[in-house]
Write a protein that binds this ligand. Structure first.
Ligand SMILES: [Zn+2]
Length: 404
């Protein structure tokens, strides 16, 4: 796929149990048809239901209407099967999955578990590849999601992963880094607001405790694992697209845009300014703030000031709760797109919340969608997240107005 032929308007369709209850096949095709007609949908990222007849009907509709299909494939979590508990990432304290400090209370309550397997867990990757072998022949491409380590939504301690036996065997320095991570957290316990003011960035905090090589190891281990999965899709003759954390937050989860994009046809940064779920900027930063407050003797106000500085987002409020309940200006998504474009040459198609979803406790308004479309003017394309079934016609028309 050459850059000039990447999709312009991308939609996402997830057919979970709730959607199968709420929508008939006719209803699903109706929403797809509206997206094609009003927003001139070029490509669909499809999280199939597992019902071969329904999924085949959706793909058939796309084929007949000139819409490219991508298998929406979550790689390290929610991959269509439960990861073996031994394959989950392990933090510096031996915990797996979630850490109490700052974790999002909604974690594990919805249809998605967000429990991450370790990039070195061969058994897990083999199962993902087996799924690709079975399903990917039915699609034009693979859309790789959850290609990362846990985020602040899993709790502060999960940023210090993975120290599982496989990773320790792979890298002898691991035992030193694990002590450094424990030191860091121990020191946070007795640190004060004055210490927090000393760290200009999160990177500076990690560097203070000799954890830079640990961060580099994570980036390399993730890159290698994702390269294997993407390589298999390529060998099958398929396109590859990536769902990545928004550039400002990508380093927190081990993602390096320039490395990961080297094997992608295009990339979708998740520059979500409203979403109250993992990858949403307000929620992730609120969880990080609470994790830091819970780990040290810091005042929430000083932590939020720190995050404003560390992530260069002056609009962050003084209180983590206020941040989580509120939103950030969609103009931030435009800034994130330009950041992404400085790190890669592949087309950047920013993803934004384009839904009125009954299962999420926020409501996008038409003016919010318009704010995104205005902020993303000049982008080579855009991706309507996360589920076209909940995208009203009004939103589709706004997207059509800003279609690249
Ligand atoms: Zn590991």
């Amino acid at each position: 796929m050459t850059p000039s032929t990447h999709p312009r308007v991308v939609g996402q369709l997830a057919l979970g149990a709730a959607e199968r209850r709420r929508f008939t096949v006719h209803g699903i095709l109706d929403r797809l048809g509206r997206a094609r007609e009003l927003a001139r949908l070029d490509a669909l990222l499809f999280w199939p239901s597992g019902d071969a007849a329904v999924d085949g009907t959706v793909r058939g509709f796309c084929r007949e209407n000139g819409v490219e299909t991508y298998l929406w494939l979550p790689v390290f979590a929610d991959s269509g099967f439960d990861p073996d508990p031994e394959d989950l990432v392990e933090d510096a304290w031996g915990g797996r999955g979630a850490d109490a400090a700052g974790a999002w209370p909604g974690l594990g309550r919805g249809g998605e578990a967000f429990l991450f397997a370790c990039p070195s867990a061969r058994r897990h990757l083999d199962a993902v590849r087996a799924r690709m072998n079975g399903e990917l022949p039915l699609y034009d491409g693979a859309f790789l999601d959850r290609i990362r380590y846990p985020s602040p939504a899993n709790g502060f301690g999960e940023l210090f992963t993975c120290f599982c036996p496989r990773c320790r065997e792979r890298e002898p320095e691991m035992t030193v880094w694990r002590e450094n991570a424990r030191d860091l957290r121990g020191r946070l316990g007795s640190a004060s607001d004055a210490d927090m003011e000393r760290w200009a960035s999160l990177h500076a905090l990690f560097a203070d405790f000799d954890l830079e090589d640990f961060l580099r190891f994570r980036v390399a281990a993730l890159f290698e694992a994702v390269r294997g999965v993407a390589g298999q899709a390529r060998e099958m003759g398929k396109r590859v697209a990536l769902d990545l954390f928004t550039p400002r937050l990508a380093a927190l989860v081990g993602q390096d845009y320039s490395l990961l994009c080297s094997f992608a046809d295009w990339v979708k940064p998740m520059s979500y300014c409203f979403a109250r779920g993992p990858a949403g900027i307000p929620l992730e930063l609120a969880c990080l703030a609470r994790g830091l407050v819970a780990s040290g003797n810091f005042s929430p106000r000083v932590v939020m000031e720190y995050l404003r500085r560390a992530f260069a987002i002056p609009e962050l409020p003084d209180d983590p709760g206020q941040l989580e309940r509120g939103s950030l200006p969609p103009a931030l998504a435009g800034d994130e797109r330009r950041r992404a474009e400085r790190m890669t040459t592949v087309p950047v198609l920013p993803g934004f919340e384009c839904v009125r979803h009954p299962d999420f406790d926020f409501d996008m308004r038409a003016e919010d969608v318009r704010g995104y479309v205005d902020a993303l003017g000049g982008a080579p394309g855009m991706a309507m997240a996360w589920n076209l079934l909940y995208t009203p016609d009004e939103f589709l028309e706004i997207v059509a107005g800003g279609r690249p």
